[in-house]
Design a protein around this ligand. Structure first.
Ligand code: HEC
Length: 149
């Protein structure tokens, strides 16, 4: 099948998002292999408490916090074989691009809704958040909720 120039169908939003994730994943791999800097768990924890905990359960400290429909960091870090990629590229994955940007890797969209709480994090935040996820992954599972009084 041949297609005339200018006859190309518009990219659907899903396709655009997929390619953004692919680009971000490639960039993350590039950065991971070219920089030796390891993230700081403590800084990851601080960032998560400040910027992620309003939606995600990020630790036992906000076990009953977050938004119920949003996956906890423990689930994300432990249940997914590709957890590292997910944390390295979270800013390109929905819903984050709607309110969050990483310095030097794209910018916040101009048409943020009035109720958005915009966040711009330094590039080093990625390593710190990945270090936190790695740390969470290494933790033993906590007691089931029925044991907690
Ligand atoms: C406004 C709410 C909100 C905030 C704030 C937020 N997230 Fe999320 N995040 C979500 C939701 C909702 C999902 C699940 C999206 C889905 O399942 O499609 C998610 C998914 C993820 C995922 C998995 C992505 C994937 O595609 O599997 C990671 C990793 C993640 N978030 C990391 C973070 C980090 C790190 C922060 C803080 C810097 C953060 N999130 C802040 C709402 C939020």
């Amino acid at each position: 099948m041949s297609r005339e120039k200018g006859d190309r169908p518009p990219l659907c939003p899903g396709a655009r998002e997929q390619s953004a994730i692919a680009v971000a994943a490639g960039l993350a791999v590039f950065l991971a292999t070219t920089s030796a800097s390891a993230g700081e768990v403590a800084e990851g924890r601080r960032l998560a408490a400040q910027h992620c905990a309003r939606c995600h359960v990020v630790s036992e400290d906000n076990r009953y916090g977050g938004i119920g429909s949003t996956p906890s960091f423990r689930l994300l870090a432990k249940a997914f074989p590709d957890w590292r990629t997910r944390f390295e590229t979270f800013y390109a994955r929905r819903p984050h691009p709607a309110f969050l940007a990483i310095e030097g890797r794209g910018r916040l969209r101009a048409d943020l809704p009035a109720n958005a709480h915009p966040v711009v994090l330094p590039a080093s935040a990625i390593d710190d958040l990945v270090a936190l996820a790695e740390h969470i992954r290494a933790q033993p599972d906590p007691r089931p909720a029925s044991d907690v009084r």
